[in-house]
Design a protein around this ligand. Structure first.
Ligand SMILES: [Zn+2]
Length: 265
């Protein structure tokens, strides 16, 4: 039985694109709060431990597709040879959930949701993967996690013993998950990740039009979700003004490079 994603899982929901107005307001609050805790020292080793703790929690509390599952087999095929980026080892898993999303964690863990795979072609999916890998390569995932960590679970200071990160409680993980839901990458970070995905497709011998086409599918989904207010999707997708601009940008780039738009069904 396909479940909904555990709430905490919505880590920097860049591929889900929409963020409700309330969430955007919270982002501002977060940014103010982070200034106050900037003096807190958080070592790379501690960060690594916290990221690991978080992704382990995620993998335990969401249904991960088994190795012989068709989703896993498809993802494995697509990501063959993708072992690391900028010295960060990559690992890929599919969450069998109804939410349409994907995210990357600072440790190089990339999680693709089965419902996203359902609507994307292989090339489009590779574009999304490239975008997520871009966030890891650009350290967006690391910085985003750090901010969320400092403004939530560790807002009252770091309780560490002998330099090791303290184990987060369930309640702290909850706060962290919430902070991650409310955090967004900047438009500049998203554009850079889009460019990374675009180049990524080209370097894999794929048509980079797939970037724009994948965003168009997300946009269509947003519109459909908006039309049925009771829809589960509506909670995730709301009008996101950036998506149109991102589609346009990717289309213009492919057009200016003289790349022919593939036929779509
Ligand atoms: Zn993104």
């Amino acid at each position: 039985m396909k479940k909904t994603l555990m709430k905490w899982a919505l880590l920097l929901v860049c591929m889900a694109v929409g963020m409700p107005a309330m969430a955007q307001f919270n982002v501002k609050a977060l940014k103010g709060a982070v200034k106050a805790v900037k003096a807190v020292t958080l070592t790379d080793a501690q960060m690594t431990e916290y990221v690991k703790e978080y992704i382990d929690w995620m993998d335990t509390h969401n249904q991960v597709c088994a190795d012989d599952n068709e989703y896993t087999i498809r993802l494995k095929k697509l990501t063959e040879g993708l072992t690391d980026v900028e010295g960060i080892p990559l690992n890929f898993k599919v969450y069998y959930v109804i939410d349409v999303n994907a995210f990357a964690c600072a440790d190089g863990s990339v999680r693709i949701f089965s419902s996203l795979m359902d609507i994307m072609s292989d090339d489009e999916l590779l574009g999304v993967i490239g975008h997520e890998v871009g966030h890891v390569a650009h350290k967006d995932s690391k910085n985003g996690f750090r901010t969320a960590l400092l403004t939530s679970a560790l807002k009252d200071g770091i309780s560490s013993q002998g330099g090791t990160a303290a184990k987060l409680t369930d309640s702290q993980l909850g706060d962290l998950g919430e902070a991650l839901v409310n955090s967004t990458y900047s438009q500049k970070q998203e554009r850079s990740a889009d460019d990374y995905g675009y180049e990524f497709l080209k370097s894999h011998g794929k048509n980079p039009w797939a970037m724009a086409l994948s965003f168009q599918k997300l946009k269509k989904l947003q519109e459909e979700a908006g039309a049925q207010k009771s829809s589960k999707l509506n909670q995730l997708f709301s009008t996101h003004p950036d998506l149109d601009a991102r589609i346009k940008r990717m289309e213009e780039r492919a057009t200016s490079e003289g790349i022919e738009k593939p036929a779509t069904e």
